[in-house]
Every structure is written in structure tokens, then in C-alpha cells.
Design a binder for this molecule. Structure first.
Ligand SMILES: Cc1cc2nc3c(=O)[nH]c(=O)nc-3n(C[C@H](O)[C@H](O)[C@H](O)COP(=O)(O)OP(=O)(O)OC[C@H]3O[C@@H](n4cnc5c(N)ncnc54)[C@H](O)[C@@H]3O)c2cc1C
Length: 402
């Protein structure tokens, strides 16, 4: 065999897995259906947790040098009240988010993996070999392990033991605005005048440009690109930003998978990482951080399994069982809380009691942001002392629309 591991998909999960494996001397092939650089529909926001993952890959400074840094997130509640949260930077994580378009970000990561020794091929993978490996353009490429890092795309996964039971997608869309006079320094999240659960965002990508988008996290069918177009025409803040800009890029939609709690993660000769394992936060819609972390966990499990197995065919499912266990230890509690937060908390009643309530509401907002970004354990938002103000505080008068 020329390769020990073939990784399908060179987004953050695939490239990070390739970097970890190649750095450890594992013969690694990274495959993507697109030639790089390529676009990926995204909000482009790198949480403090994602930056921690980038630091572990040794690529944080390169990314930060090109990105827009923001240390404050501003929210607008369904009733119009506003609140903001400053990032705390707990646990050795930077007190900022970074925003860098995926066209650049993914290319930096993919090149980083190749510099560590991984090979790269452009090919649309449609077939896994029953004996281990993949078929690339009609040629068998055997390997002891295939890592599925195909994101929300299901075409390959449906032909593997990872086929998710039932529908798994939510939908989101984004557009870039260029030539804005002042997008401001902060990230902005809008929960007003749109269907919940979900939110619209305005994330500055630089001094005169921004990524705008809308994620609908509900189950009802939603033509989300059309809905974003309507928001850009009618939502006061988004329409204001659009009117202020001299160039709007194409509105592009893409699905999001958040089904980590149900998704299969390992089978004989195959592992899933990142969004292919359903690893996107069901409350915030961000998943680059978990993509990077699952990559590291997968690489550790893969190396141990390869060492134990020696040369041979596809790694047995039992040899890979460490990996789903490690994922569950790391993510299950968080995903349970975030799934419940989406189901019971992402509605006007809760948001209107959370935002714009002064000190008590602010405390809960700060806790929630810390939990979402991995700077505090999920139980921190469930403490009765944190939830009481939500029930007891009185609404304030909403701010006027800009
Ligand atoms: C509109 C939108 C906004 C978002 N905003 C944010 C955000 O601000 N911050 C955040 O952290 N997350 C955000 N997310 C989620 C984030 O995009 C994903 O969590 C992240 O991209 C997952 O990384 P990944 O490497 O698992 O998959 P991907 O980044 O989707 O990469 C998958 C790769 O696999 C390749 N591929 C797929 N199928 C095949 C095949 N059969 N053969 C070969 N190659 C294949 C694709 O070409 C692609 O390059 C957003 C998602 C959407 C849709």
C-alpha cells in the first residue's frame, strides 16, 4: 500500500486530520473534489475555541495575520432590545473571534497539511473499497483507514455505514458586502423580524467589507437564500448595511448538519470527522472548532490502531472504538445542552427576557457565550442562580431601529 490513510474532504476537518497524521509520519493522502483555493459557504467566524485548535496545529498566527479580529458580539432580540457580550478569553483561549473568508482559511490549512508531508489529489470520491481504501477516477487506492471529512454533503456517506437515519440538514445562506462605509468592529447577531430558531448575522471581514447571512435551524422547509434576499431588502439593520455598500456578492445557500448525538462515527476501515460526524453546534451553527478537535482525536485513535494492527487490510471497527468514545466524552454534554437550548430556548419569549435586561440578563448572556465558545462547561448556563433573572427580570423598552 502506498498510503496508510486516505482522507476524503479537505475542509478544516480533513486538512487538520491530514496535518496531524502526516506530522506523525503516517502515509496520508488528502482528496477533495475541488481544486484549491475554493469557496465554502460559511459565516467565516473562528471562535476562541477554533483558535485554540489552530494554535495546536501551529497555524494560528498565519490565520490571525489576515483575519478581522473582534472582541465583542452585539445581539438584537426579537422585541428589539440590544445586548452585547465581551469575549472572556478563559482557559488560554484568545479573547477575540477572527473572521477570515473560507476561500483563504481553507487554503491555508490545506497547504499546511501538504507542507507536513500529506499528498493531495483532486477527485470526487464515490466508492469505498470493501477491503479498505477508495476508488479514485476508476483506480483502486487501498488504505487501512478512510477518514470521511465531507462536511454536510451526503452523497458518499449514504453509501457507507454512516448513512444518517432520516433528514439531518438545516439550511443557511450568506453573501459578502464590499465597499461598506463602516461595518463597525463588532460581530452582530439579529433575532428580530425573522423566523426562529436561527439568526441573521453581520460579521465584518475587514474595514469596509462584511459577511452577512441567515441560518434557519427549524425543521420546516425554508428557501433560505430567498429569505436572506428578503432580509437584505427589509430588515432595518441588514438593509441599511446593504444600502451602504457598493457591491453585493452572490447569495449562496448550503446545508448544516448538527446531528452529532445520533450520527454514526466509526465502522470497519472508516472514521467520520467534523460535520460528517454531525459536529456543528445546534444552537450557534458553528463547527470549525469541533472539526479541528475531532481531527486531532481521530488522528490519535488512528495512529494507535495502525500501530496495534501492523500491516494488513482495513482496520477493524473494534480497533477504532476509542474514537467515538473520545468524541462522546468531549462533546456529548455540550450537544445535549445546546440541543435543548435550541428546542426550548430559541424563541421570542426567552430571547426578550435574556437581552436588554441589565446586569442579571447580562450575566446569563456572558455565561451562554462562554459555554457556546467552549470557555465554560455547559452546566454553567443551567445553574438556578443563572436562570432566575431570566424569569424574574422585567422587559426594557426596545431601542429604535437604525
Ligand atoms: C452559511 C453557513 C455559515 C456557517 N458559519 C460558520 C461560522 O461562522 N463559524 C463556524 O465555525 N462554522 C460555521 N458554519 C459551519 C462550518 O461551515 C462547518 O462546520 C465546517 O465547514 C465543517 O468543516 P468540515 O471540514 O467538516 O467540512 P467542509 O468544510 O464542508 O469540507 C468538506 C470538504 O469535502 C469535500 N467533499 C465533499 N464530498 C466529497 C467527495 N465525495 N469527494 C471528495 N471531496 C468531497 C468538499 O469539497 C469540501 O471541501 C457555517 C455553515 C454554513 C452553511
Amino acid at each position: 500500500m502506498q498510503y496508510d490513510v486516505v482522507i476524503v474532504g479537505a475542509g478544516p476537518a480533513g486538512s487538520a486530520t491530514a496535518w496531524h497524521l502526516a506530522t506523525a509520519g503516517v502515509r496520508t493522502l488528502l482528496v477533495d473534489k475541488s481544486r484549491f483555493p475554493r469557496d465554502k459557504v460559511c459565516g467565516d467566524c473562528l471562535s476562541p475555541r477554533a483558535q485554540h485548535g489552530l494554535a495546536r496545529l501551529g497555524v494560528l498566527e498565519t490565520v490571525a495575520a489576515e483575519a478581522h479580529a473582534a472582541s465583542c458580539i452585539r445581539f438584537r432580540a426579537p422585541g428589539g432590545a440590544e445586548a452585547s457580550a465581551r469575549l472572556a478569553g478563559a482557559d488560554n483561549r484568545p479573547a477575540r473571534t477572527l473572521v477570515l473568508p473560507r476561500y483563504r482559511f481553507d487554503h491555508i490549512l490545506q497547504r499546511h497539511a501538504l507542507a507536513a508531508g500529506a499528498d493531495f489529489r483532486v477527485a470526487h470520491v464515490r466508492t469505498l473499497l470493501p477491503t479498505g481504501g477508495v476508488e479514485l477516477d476508476g483506480t483502486a487506492v487501498p488504505a487501512q483507514l478512510v477518514v470521511i471529512a465531507t462536511g454536510a454533503a451526503l452523497s458518499l456517506i449514504k453509501r457507507t455505514p454512516f448513512a444518517p437515519p432520516g433528514p439531518v440538514h438545516t439550511v443557511a445562506a450568506r453573501a459578502y458586502l464590499r465597499g461598506i462605509r463602516s461595518p463597525g468592529p463588532d460581530l452582530r447577531i439579529f433575532l428580530d423580524r425573522l423566523p426562529l430558531p436561527g439568526y441573521a448575522w453581520l460579521f465584518p471581514t475587514g474595514p469596509d467589507s462584511a459577511n452577512l447571512g441567515y441560518w434557519y435551524a427549524g425543521r420546516a422547509p425554508m428557501p433560505v437564500a430567498g429569505r436572506l434576499a428578503t432580509l437584505l431588502a427589509e430588515h432595518p439593520a441588514l438593509a441599511g448595511a446593504r444600502a451602504d455598500s457598493d457591491d453585493i456578492g452572490r447569495i449562496a445557500g448550503y446545508p448544516i448538519r448538527c446531528d452529532f448525538l445520533r450520527a454514526p462515527k466509526a465502522a470497519t476501515g472508516v472514521l467520520a470527522v467534523g460535520e460528517a460526524a454531525g459536529l456543528v453546534n445546534p444552537f450557534t451553527g458553528e463547527g470549525i472548532d469541533y472539526a479541528l478537535e475531532s481531527a486531532e482525536l481521530a488522528a490519535v485513535s488512528a495512529q494507535a490502531a495502525l500501530r496495534r494492527a501492523g500491516a494488513g487490510g482495513a482496520l477493524a471497527a473494534a480497533a477504532l472504538a476509542d474514537y467515538p468514545r473520545a468524541l462522546n466524552r468531549r462533546f456529548r454534554g455540550l450537544f445535549r445542552v445546546m440541543t435543548a437550548a435550541r428546542r426550548y430556548g430559541a424563541n421570542p419569549w426567552v430571547f426578550d427576557r435574556l437581552f436588554g435586561r441589565g446586569r442579571h440578563g447580562q450575566d446569563l448572556v456572558d455565561r451562554l457565550v462562554q459555554v457556546c465558545f467552549g470557555a465554560a462547561p455547559p452546566t454553567r448556563v443551567l445553574a438556578p442562580a443563572a436562570l432566575a433573572p431570566l424569569l424574574l427580570s422585567r422587559p426594557r423598552r426596545p431601542v429604535t431601529d437604525e
